[in-house]
Write a protein that binds this ligand. Structure first.
Ligand code: MOS
Length: 703
């Protein structure tokens, strides 16, 4: 008898792949509306701080096709912006727009112009005359460091500062020490699909088709803002073209389309332009990080210290957990971390893929490399020497930690033994070749989720959950989990996502989406399978299944749950021009059971590429004169393109973590970017002997 391979883990092609490439998987803006939609265009403020004194919309209102100009004078009553200090519901609180005459940052919406076509709305928006009383503003992190303050908590409710042992004493007596300051630029998530929404009202009930990562947060935010019951808000988000944190919450397009559609009594579509997205979705705040390390001559760390200062805005207290991984990655008798914020008159920082670890590990993994150079040690061996199996701060064992295996396996596959031992040792003409290594580490989370599974008499199954697929492969992995659990071929499983009519999930964020929604699907299908097995004849059956939140799961208290990995990079640097070219990059990861080998690899590679981009290209330049992003479009804000990432590969250790969930799977969405840039920076040092501490690394800094 032929035994078919278990569906879970197989590199199954995306079940929505054909729909995607044939244009039948609509993004928010492409959905059809019950009646013809009107189009809204957002007008953004052209000062960074101040008050609107006058708005003259006469010419705009007379322009052809214009239906409505909404400003703070005629916007609906909204709840005030919710309290800033509730890390768990940042995206569920009220988010008013056009609510007053204040301007808090450049680009903040000051009007919505609605017309029969997008072009008419955009033209009319250019006719709205807004005058401002500008006020003194603060732009520039380094210029305002003296105003740094300590937020009560950092992201995901972690402690702002921590300390074990006596770091200062350890550092003072360290045989070998590193004391270095790193700077990571402001970065923007620029998903393929711009932020866009379509609102339609039926009586007092709103349907909002919107690009969101988390349906339940979108629903809660809209209901809170408009002070209406959640049950009257339906969120529809079946296909999302990337999120990266920028769509964890709904933004101006969602709220303003809802306001305008209600005012006009017809559907309204609002899409943000690429340039506008620089001002509506937050960004990864710029950071300045000081890292101090002390070690014995044998390479054993005696002290680790990581001090972070990041940009914030006056209405928030959003602090990325930038030094959090430093509390758990390497063992040392003394470890201290601090996080500080500087309030500037810009939009605030928001979660961007691997909030915290992405900038934090870029700095930490550079510093570890600096220590290896000072010690004259192989940086792979230095990391292995300082590996721990018990979390140094929480004093609990890791649920699984195969960091050393990732390093060893990566070194073997990459040919690390063949690396140039000293900077400027290997050259090809005027090109210097260097190798670099870095760690990857990212917390593993799970959140409460429920899924509904049903089967028809002809044994076709359907899964319903409000989880989203932001391009990551959710449809596919849930199909695999359901097929395997129900004993059905994958073609007989249909997965329905992204609708608030379905049972609630935590959505796609924090790398918890796959494990949470797949575990709920597993439980629903187990319950359904039991009913199928008990039924004597083909009948329609259904069941639900759930997974509990981390706080209700002792395995997330008694164990430190993380994913691990190691990045290896080879770069070529032109000695004359400073041009840095990645030649090849390999990531080896331990991330629990892999649900789909193909989509998982794509996730990891995507993250690694962003790591390359962080190290070499991405930087938003804030113009202190006006407070805008001087390079706020994709022509000037550089991201890695194909030619920049010629050969990037990701492989997984065969793994399963039974503490994570019944599937043994862990989150991987953000693991790939964690530390990735460090391997690039360390390879640049190995090539050139120049230690870059400012990211992105510019050509002039290496010649
Ligand atoms: Mo992620 S920054 O939680 O989408």
């Amino acid at each position: 008898m032929a035994v078919s391979a278990s569906p879970i883990g197989q590199p199954l092609d995306r079940v929505d792949g054909r729909l995607k490439v044939t244009g039948r998987a609509p993004y928010a803006f492409e959905h059809r509306t019950p009646q013809p939609a009107a189009y809204g265009f957002i007008l953004g403020a052209t000062v960074a701080k101040g008050r609107i004194t006058t708005i003259d919309s006469t010419a705009a209102e007379k322009a052809p096709g214009v239906l409505l100009v909404m400003t703070h004078r005629n916007a609906p009553k909204q709840a005030p912006f919710g309290p800033p200090t509730v890390p768990t519901n940042r995206f569920q609180r009220a988010r008013p727009y056009l609510a007053d005459d204040r301007v808090r940052h450049w680009g903040e919406p000051v009007a919505l112009v609605v017309a029969e076509t997008f072009e008419a709305a955009r033209h009319a928006a250019s006719l709205v005359e807004v005058s401002y009383a500008a006020e003194d503003k603060k732009i520039g992190l380094r210029e305002h460091l003296s105003e740094a303050w300590a937020p009560p908590k950092i992201q995901v409710g972690l402690k702002t500062d921590t300390s074990i042992g006596d770091f200062e004493a350890a550092f003072a007596s360290g045989e070998v020490t590193v004391d270095a300051e790193y700077h990571v630029a402001q970065q923007h998530h620029m998903a393929l699909e711009p932020h866009a929404s379509i609102a339609s009202w039926e009586g007092d009930a709103l349907t909002l088709v919107t690009a969101t990562q988390v349906v339940s947060s979108a629903r809660a935010c809209v209901a809170a803002t408009l002070e209406m019951p959640k049950e009257k808000v339906r969120i529809v988000s079946p296909y999302v073209g990337g999120g990266f944190g920028g769509k964890l919450g709904v933004r101006a397009d969602a709220l303003l389309s809802a306001f305008a559609a209600r005012a006009l009594g017809r559907p309204v579509k609002v899409a943000q332009t690429r340039q506008q997205i620089f001002y509506v979705a937050g960004h990864r705040a710029e950071s300045i990080q000081r890292i101090r390390l002390s070690a014995g001559k044998d390479g054993r760390l005696t002290g680790v210290s990581h001090d972070v200062v990041m940009q914030n805005c006056p209405t928030e207290d959003y602090a990325e957990q930038t030094a959090a991984q430093t509390r758990s990655l390497y063992g040392a008798p003394s470890i201290r971390t601090t996080h500080r914020l500087v309030n500037l008159d810009m939009q605030g920082g928001e979660p961007v893929r691997a909030p915290g670890e992405a900038p934090g590990m870029l700095a930490l993994e550079s510093a570890i490399d600096e220590l290896a150079v000072k010690l004259g040690m192989d940086p792979v061996e230095l990391r292995i020497l300082n590996d721990v199996q018990t979390d140094p701060e929480k004093k609990v064992p890791f649920s699984s930690r195969r960091f050393v295996e990732c390093l060893r396996e990566g070194a073997r596959r990459f040919g690390w033994a063949d690396r140039p031992m000293r900077p400027r040792q290997r050259r090809e003409g005027s090109t210097l070749i260097g190798y670099g290594v870095s760690a990857a580490m990212r917390p593993n989370y799970i959140n409460a989720a429920t899924a509904h599974a049903s089967v028809s008499p002809d044994r076709k199954a359907t899964i319903r959950i409000d989880m989203t697929d932001i391009g990551t492969g959710t449809y596919t992995i849930l199909t695999q989990v359901a097929a395997e659990t129900l004993g059905l071929p994958t073609k007989d499983v249909t997965v329905l996502l992204g609708d608030s009519l379905y049972p609630q999930s935590p959505g796609a964020g924090g790398s918890w989406g796959a494990a949470s929604s797949a575990t709920a699907t597993l439980e629903a299908c187990r319950a359904l399978k039991a009913k199928m097995d008990a039924a004597n004849e083909p009948v329609a059956l259904e069941a639900t299944g759930s997974v509990k939140a981390m706080k209700d799961n002792p395995d997330y208290k008694n164990f430190a749950q993380y994913c691990f990995g190691a990045h290896f990079a080879e770069v070529a640097v032109d000695e004359d021009t400073g041009e840095i070219r990645l030649r090849r990059m390999l990531g080896v990861f331990s991330a629990g059971r892999i649900l789909n080998a193909k989509t998982a690899r794509s996730q990891l590679i995507g993250g690694m590429i962003w790591g390359v981009s962080s190290a070499l290209f991405e930087e938003a330049a804030n113009d202190a004169r006006f407070g805008h992003v001087a390079n706020g479009d994709l022509a000037e804000y550089h991201v890695a393109a194909h030619a920049d990432v010629p050969n990037v590969d990701a492989v997984f250790l065969d793994d399963r973590d039974d503490k994570a969930n019944p599937l043994g799977a862990k989150g991987i969405g953000e693991l790939g970017i964690c530390g990735a840039g460090g391997s690039i920076a360390n390879a640049v040092f190995n090539a050139t002997g120049v230690r870059a501490r400012t990211f992105p690394i510019t050509l002039d800094s290496v010649i």
